[in-house]
Every structure is written in structure tokens, then in C-alpha cells.
Design a binder for this molecule. Structure first.
Ligand code: URA
Length: 238
């Protein structure tokens, strides 16, 4: 038996606080009866309606995938291209938290936990993400300085938390830059470098918050531990 507000929140319907408000406002019924007491406990067999809609209660699953190149991060694709969800063996309706471009590789989290996904994607709870970018030219010290100070993309400054030039190849005029940002605008890394006059030839996400790729090969995935999921929830409270 679990508390009603917890069950509503973990179904991804809304936050626990909002769930409490809904209960008190008489918007929640259990087995056909309106319930206004916050301490009410429910079991898996109880029929819960929120605002007249039945609450879907599925076990939550969480996966970390090393996304290969040439794969879309959406759950459906008109062009029938390979999708990130195709790599995960589950019968749950999972979706990725945020997106990586078709040609970007690396760490992506997939879940059916709408509450966590919404919380982590919300700009106010942005999580640090670290990328490794291969650029089409050696980056000048001046541009490195500009990048560290922050670069405007469509009028909004993106200030990296960390920037490190990992490798410089003068012979082929290219370099590898490690960059950490918190924001999540689409194509943000490519656009940041573009605004400084560089093209990103290759892009990999190596870290999402405290999570790293470790030994996962391209296309491989693993389930997150309960401890890791709890730690991800911590971000949404910050
Ligand atoms: N920034 C990009 O440009 N592409 C990604 O896939 C992720 C971040």
C-alpha cells in the first residue's frame, strides 16, 4: 500500500505537491469515491481517477544507452530511420530524456518516468552535460577565451561550465575540445562553435550529470540502479 499522492506523482502525472492539491480539491477518486484525505493509502488494484481520467500505473524503467551515429532520438520517425528505443529490450513505452542529433553519439537516458523526464528537461533544473567535439580547424587561443566567456546563440548567451582543448592536430588542422554546458537547446554545441566560425565534424556526449559512459560500447545499454535514479531525482529538486 502506498500513499495516494505518491502514486499519482510516480505515475508521472504531476509533482507530489500538485497531487496533494488535486486530492484536497476533490479531483481524485479511488474506486469511484472522491478522496480528500492526504494520508489515504492505495494498492495496485485500486482504480484511481484524476480529473476523471484513469491513472496509468506502470513500473518505471530507466536505461542508459551509448547512442550510435545515424540513429534518431525520437520515438517515431517518418523516414523509418533507426531509433534509440530500438536498442532497448523492453515492453514499456520509453522515450529519451532530451535529444541527441542524428549524427551525435554517446550518452542518452531513456525512461517511461514522465515526472523525472519533465523535471530534468526543464531549464530551471538543468543538468551538466559534457561533450567531446572534433572541430574542422585548430581553435585559436582568442576563440578559446571567447568560448569560455560565453557565446551568443540567437541572442542568448551560452556560458560553458568547463572548456578544455584535449588534442590539437596541426597537420590536419583540427582539434578535439571537451565542453560542459548546462543548457539544452537543440544543436546547441554545434551552434556555439558555428558562431565562432568552426564546424563540428564529430560530437559525442560523454557525461550527463554524474553519469558516464564507462565501458558501454556503441549501441550497448544498461539499466540504471535505484541509487542512480534517486540521484537523478536530486537534480529535479535543486
Ligand atoms: N548539441 C548539439 O549540437 N548536438 C547534440 O546532439 C547535442 C548537443
Amino acid at each position: 500500500m502506498e500513499r495516494l499522492q505518491k502514486v499519482i506523482a510516480s505515475a508521472g502525472y504531476t509533482s507530489r505537491r500538485k497531487a496533494e492539491e488535486l486530492i484536497v480539491a476533490g479531483k481524485v477518486s479511488v474506486n469511484g469515491k472522491i478522496v480528500r484525505e492526504l494520508g489515504t493509502k492505495v494498492s495496485g488494484d485500486d482504480l484511481i481517477l484524476v480529473n476523471g481520467e484513469s491513472l496509468e500505473r506502470e513500473d518505471k524503467v530507466y536505461f542508459l544507452l551509448n547512442k550510435p551515429r545515424g540513429v534518431v532520438s525520437t520515438v517515431s520517425d517518418e523516414a523509418n530511420r533507426k531509433k534509440v528505443i530500438d536498442y532497448i529490450n523492453t515492453n514499456k513505452r520509453i522515450y529519451p530524456i532530451g535529444r541527441l542529433d542524428y549524427d551525435t553519439t554517446g550518452l542518452i537516458i531513456l525512461t517511461n518516468d514522465g515526472a523525472l523526464a519533465n523535471a530534468l528537461m526543464h531549464p530551471s533544473h538543468s543538468v551538466e552535460k559534457t561533450y567531446v567535439a572534433k572541430l574542422n580547424r585548430v581553435m585559436t587561443p582568442q576563440d578559446q577565451k571567447l568560448l569560455k566567456q560565453g557565446v551568443k546563440v540567437e541572442g542568448v548567451k551560452c556560458i560553458p561550465t568547463r572548456v578544455k582543448v584535449r588534442k590539437v592536430d596541426y597537420e590536419h588542422d583540427s582539434c578535439i575540445v571537451e565542453i560542459t554546458i548546462v543548457e539544452g537547446r537543440n544543436h546547441i554545441i554545434k551552434r556555439v562553435f558555428e558562431s565562432l566560425g568552426y564546424l563540428v565534424d564529430k560530437l559525442t556526449r560523454i557525461q550527463y550529470g554524474f553519469l558516464t559512459l564507462d565501458n558501454l560500447k556503441s549501441g550497448e545499454y544498461r539499466a540504471l540502479s535505484i541509487k542512480e535514479v534517486k540521484k537523478l531525482y536530486e537534480y529535479s529538486k535543486k
